[in-house]
Structure formats: C-alpha cells, structure tokens
Design a binder for this molecule. Structure first.
Ligand code: C5P
Ligand code: MG
Length: 153
C-alpha cells in the first residue's frame, strides 16, 4: 500500500471557465492558468506521482512549454496513472478538499466524484470530496488538496 498527497492553487478571474475534477461548473469566475486550471486534477496528479516518488506535474508537463497551453488536465492524470500502473499499482481511494468561496460546489459533488472515479477506473465510493470556503481569507483563489491510496494491480 502507498499513500500520495498533492496540492494546487489558482487565482480566479471573471469570465474564465471553472473546471474541477474534469467537470465544468457554472461560475462567474474561473482560474487564471496555463492549462484549463483544474486545481483538483492538478492536485490529484501530484498525489499519484508522490505516491510512487516520481516527482511532480512540472516534471511531466513543464508550464513554460507552449505544447501544454490549454491542455485538458485529464491528460496530466492519465500520464501519472500510466506511471503508477507501470509499477504494478492502482489507485483504490481518493480523498480531496477543494477550498473555494463561491460558487457552491455541493450540488456538483456527484458529477465531480463520478468524473474522478471514471478517470481512475475506481468505484465512486472510492472518491470522497469535501468542499470548504476560505471564510473570506482567499476570496480570489481556488485551492485543492488530495490524498490517494494505491494498492497492487
Ligand atoms: O467553509 P464552510 O465550512 O463555511 O462551508 C460550509 C459548507 O458549504 C461546506 O461544508 C460545504 O458543504 C459547502 N460548500 C460548498 N461549496 C463551496 C464551499 C463550501 O458546497 N465552494
Ligand atoms: Mg494547477
């Protein structure tokens, strides 16, 4: 059994699409980012890589490489997952926290959890997601923290 942990944060600005866990969430603000700015999938990618001590997302997809501009973050997860599987391991449990003052994410929890489960080929009960506001401490940011547990394939 292996445990991995990852974090990510993006600044928010009006008029940008908000994508979390691969799901587009209706919102007047979205992340300023080089890719689609999916903080949950970026934290998940780092969690997967950290579980196998394989560095982090920047080593796989340098954010100064134009090729990576506007890339779907699903590709980042897929690349990390391929490395996990190459070591004979698979994710069996994901626990994530997203900190965002608005909009409310609760109504989108089933869709986001299902999307993450599908990406990892994992049962839906294997994905636990918690949403928190920053209580106004970081109103213009979205932050994500993710634990992942791997087991043998
Ligand atoms: O941060 P706080 O504890 O005030 O959040 C209260 C509740 O609001 C959370 O437990 C969560 O259910 C929900 N929430 C949400 N979407 C957010 C932030 C919080 O659904 N962006
Ligand atoms: Mg990011």
């Amino acid at each position: 059994m292996r445990i991995g942990y990852g974090e990510d944060a993006h600044r928010l600005a009006p008029g940008r699409p908000l994508v979390l866990g691969g799901v587009r969430v209706p919102s007047p603000v979205g992340p300023i980012a080089h890719s689609d700015g999916d903080a949950l999938l970026h934290a998940l990618t780092d969690a997967l890589l950290s579980a196998i001590a394989a560095g982090d997302i920047g080593a796989l997809f340098p954010n100064d490489d134009l090729k990576n501009r506007d890339r779907s973050s699903r590709e980042f997860v897929d690349a990390a997952l391929a490395r996990v599987r190459a070591r004979g391991l698979r994710p069996v449990e994901v626990r994530g926290v997203v900190v965002l003052d608005a909009p409310k994410l609760g109504p989108h929890r089933p869709a986001i959890a299902a999307s993450v489960a599908r990406l990892l080929d994992l049962a839906e009960e294997g994905v636990g997601l918690t949403f928190k506001t920053s209580e106004g401490l970081a109103p213009h940011h979205v932050q994500a923290r993710v634990f992942v547990r791997l087991d043998r394939l």
